[in-house]
Design a protein around this ligand. Structure first.
Ligand SMILES: [Fe+2]
Ligand SMILES: [Fe+2]
Length: 294
């Protein structure tokens, strides 16, 4: 069943927070389930964020002068602030991977070149449609991370807090790029473009994350750790099945009438949102457990 789950437009519901995490060298490498492949799955996602989230901001900024709705203009600013903070914190995350023997700076430079090339040659609306597709992906991951207790149950508390913070903010701003896109690319042409770009994003994303995960496995000395690959497969596709949840969620995006706010939101996520927004009234430091109180 579909239902509207965000507050009315007049209420600000995207709160930028300047949160800082201390990525200390003592943090465990196999921080999730004591398993390299599961940990490196999330590490692979992290590697794409600094560049990717800057691309998201820039693609929305291309259309900033066409946004006349003041509520949307306010949400766009909050979206920029949230994504910029995510990008900064994931840079620190990725630097720690380097300290732990998984230096990926060469690949990050390659990603930077690919994004630069895309910005130069892709039509502006394609860039925004690509952002909408990836924002749907991050919203689906957020649904899984926040809505299914098993997903982060065996994670180190530091990383659990980081991923839940990021997931919560992705859930908050999931409709912003889409609302901008609907403003500038309405009708059947806009629909067709976003479907095509979702197909491209899906291909890029599945392949890209799998390759990054395998490189990280090789760099951490686990290239032939089949047991760990098996556990990661089970975790991602079967139980709790985070990839399975994400893949099923792609179908809803293909409907002509899709809107991110129409997806049913698990009541647990609404509870998280309340707790999170209440906590964010207080100044948050790196010592403040964002979700650890539960
Ligand atoms: Fe983000
Ligand atoms: Fe986002």
């Amino acid at each position: 069943m579909e239902q509207q789950t965000t507050p009315p437009d007049s209420e600000p519901h995207i709160l930028p927070r300047n949160i800082h995490f201390d990525f200390e060298v003592e943090l465990p490498v196999n921080w999730h389930s004591d398993d390299p492949a599961i940990s490196h799955f999330y590490d692979a996602l992290s590697l794409t964020f600094p560049q990717g989230e800057r691309f998201f901001i820039d693609s929305v900024r291309l259309f900033a002068d066409q946004i006349s709705d003041p509520d949307l203009a306010r949400d766009v600013k909050a979206f920029y602030a949230q994504e910029a903070t995510h990008s900064r914190e994931h840079m620190s995350y990725n630097a720690l991977l380097g300290t732990h023997g998984m230096d990926m700076s060469g690949l990050e430079r390659l990603l930077e070149k690919i994004i630069k090339w895309s910005k130069r040659w892709m039509p502006a609306k394609d860039q925004l449609a690509l952002t909408c597709a990836y924002e749907h992906y991050t919203a689906l991951f957020a649904e899984s991370i926040l809505g299914d207790e098993r997903v982060m149950a065996n994670a180190h508390p530091f990383y659990r807090d980081l991923w839940m913070w990021h997931a919560m903010e992705e859930e908050e701003h999931k409709a912003v790029a889409f609302n901008v896109y609907q403003t500038v690319a309405p009708g059947f042409g806009g629909y067709l473009r976003r479907i095509l770009l979702m197909s491209l994003a899906t291909f890029d994303f599945i392949l890209g994350i799998a390759v990054l995960q395998m490189i990280l496995m090789a760099k951490s000395g686990n290239a032939f750790n089949l047991r760990s690959y098996g556990r990661s497969f089970w975790y991602l596709w079967v139980s709790p099945g985070i990839w399975r949840h994400v893949m099923l969620g792609i179908f809803s995006y293909m409907k002509p009438g899709f809107h991110p706010d129409k997806r049913r939101v698990d009541p647990k996520i609404l509870e998280w949102r309340k707790l999170y927004q209440a906590q964010s009234i207080r100044p948050v430091t790196s010592e403040t457990p964002l979700f650890g109180a539960r």
